[in-house]
Design a protein around this ligand. Structure first.
Ligand code: UD1
Ligand code: MG
Length: 457
């Protein structure tokens, strides 16, 4: 069903103590607002309106980037006042308007859809949850089972404060009724704010049924107000991802020490050691092993490959059976073929390495095309940048690059060539031959080390 979605995001977020608007802080690598926008998008077509206020320009830019509309609320006089600002933007052709919170990021689309269903364009539907400690929340006041009102904590009587069922801040209302009735809210309460929650009493007065839907877990209705709450919700989120991966057979050394900031898709028999961070879209094929403390972003790792500890991979592909690391760095455009070996302190950028090529120690390959079975010696580099432009290095199959060589691009090393250690290669090297480009070794006969001059006192 097409619907209107209002996302309230004008609040200050004082307790974040940050220059960044609260809803733009990130959970699992994605802003809080974006999580909510994604959930709204999953509910299908309609119109999404973000209420902005504090940090409006930044928040509006984020909303616009997702195709959402926005209205500014200045000053912020409460949640009812916030929705009043959205009234002109709500499309009456959509019978239901869903109200979400920009700082409640993990709301499940399934739960929101159930709430919309419960509203059905004719009832006021509230998302509620029972909490052990309900301090600060609006309490659901019932009479013989049916909801009569929401009473804010500050306005509640001692008896009402005993109530454990609370309003989560998320509701679905019939659009035409909401547009009319939200304008009639008053601010005669403890905080002198326009409370959206007073809509419940108005619905009761109008004989409109008020129904409730229970949230499936606390996690999906937890709001963020402070760095501690942000970090705690992040851990809950990561724990859920770890459980999902483990249910699919992934062996995590410790589910508490994994961070997935994006999407991680694993084949069977994948093992991940502690403290690994996966960002963007990462795919690990069958039998991949990832050592401790790796950061892997937007990458595809082939079957059986082993990523040793402390490796950083971004925008790269690793072939089946390859070994990478420890302490290796694959930058965007690195494409390693089957059984390639990349060892410690080796950096690869925008380069392809064909099957079986090896660069095991302290090396740089940038803008290079490397053939099969090449052995790229320790300390060798491609000098790919002349200060203005980047140039390519082409290394044929079965080439042996001696240690500490500089391949000054553009340059081509023919198939089967050997480059003597310590060479600076600035001209193409022919296939099958040994090419050496360094000063010849000489021995100075009869040379003596200088002697220390003894000082006379
Ligand atoms: C609100 C509910 C309370 C509920 C709780 C759940 C009201 C009156 N109370 O209280 O019943 O238990 O959420 O977390 O609605 N906002 C604006 N403009 C404003 C004020 C708020 O956009 O003028 C936004 C905030 O940025 C936030 C959301 O609305 O995203 C909720 O506001 P907040 O001040 O946190 O409401 P609570 O007092 O927590
Ligand atoms: Mg709140």
């Amino acid at each position: 069903m097409a619907l209107n979605v209002v996302i309230m995001a004008a609040g200050k977020g004082t307790r974040m103590k940050s220059a960044l608007p609260k809803v733009l802080h990130r959970l699992a690598g994605t802003s809080l607002l974006q999580h909510v926008l994604n959930a709204a998008a999953e509910l299908g077509g309609g119109r999404t309106v973000v209420i902005t206020g504090h940090g409006a320009e930044q928040v509006e830019a984020a909303a616009a980037a997702s195709g959402a509309a926005f209205v500014r609320q200045m000053p912020q006089l409460g949640t009812g006042h916030a929705v009043q600002q959205a009234v002109p933007a709500l499309d009456e052709r959509h019978p239901v308007t869903l109200i979400l919170n920009g700082d409640v990021p993990l709301i499940r689309p399934e739960t929101a859809a159930a709430l919309v269903q419960a509203c059905g364009g004719s009832k006021l539907a509230l998302l509620t949850i029972a909490l052990a400690d309900a301090t600060g929340y609006g309490r659901i006041v019932r009479d013989g089972g049916s909801v009569r009102a929401i009473v804010e904590h500050k306005d509640a009587t001692p008896a009402q404060r005993e109530l454990r069922e609370v309003y989560t801040g998320i509701m679905a209302a019939p659009t035409a009724w909401l547009k009319r009735r939200v304008m009639t809210l008053r601010n005669a309460n403890a905080q002198q704010e326009y409370y959206l929650t007073d809509l419940v009493a108005l619905a009761v007065a109008d004989s409109m049924p008020v129904v409730s839907t229970a949230a499936s877990s606390e996690t999906e209705v937890l709001g963020i107000n402070s760095p501690l709450q942000l970090a705690e919700l992040e851990r809950r989120y990561q724990r859920a991802q770890a459980e999902r991966l483990m249910e699919a057979g992934v062996r995590l050394a410790d589910p508490a020490r994994l961070d997935v900031r994006g999407s991680l898709v694993c084949g069977s028999d994948v093992e991940i050691d502690v403290n690994c961070v996966f960002e963007g879209d990462v795919q690990l094929a069958d039998g991949v092993r990832v050592g401790a403390n790796c950061v892997i972003r937007d990458a595809r790792i082939g079957a059986g490959a082993v990523i040793h500890p402390f490796t950083h991979i971004e925008g790269a592909q690793v072939g089946a059976g390859a070994f990478v690391g420890p302490f290796a760095r694959l930058r965007p455009g690195a494409e390693l073929g089957t059984e390639v070996h990349i060892g410690n302190f080796v950096e690869v950028k925008n380069s392809t390495l064909a099957r079986g090529a090896k660069a095991n120690h302290l090396a740089y390959l940038g803008d290079a095309t490397v053939g099969e079975r090449v052995n790229y010696g320790a300390g060798s580099i491609t000098a790919n940048y002349d200060g203005a432009n980047k140039h390519r290095t082409v290394i044929g199959n079965d080439v042996h690059i001696g240690s500490n060589s500089v391949l000054r691009a553009p340059v081509t090393i023919g198939d089967g060539a050997t480059i003597g250690a310590g060479s600076v290669i600035s001209k193409d090297a022919p296939p099958g031959e040994l090419t050496v480009a360094r000063a010849r070794q000489t021995t100075i006969a009869g040379w003596h080390r200088p002697q220390k001059v003894s000082k006379k006192v």
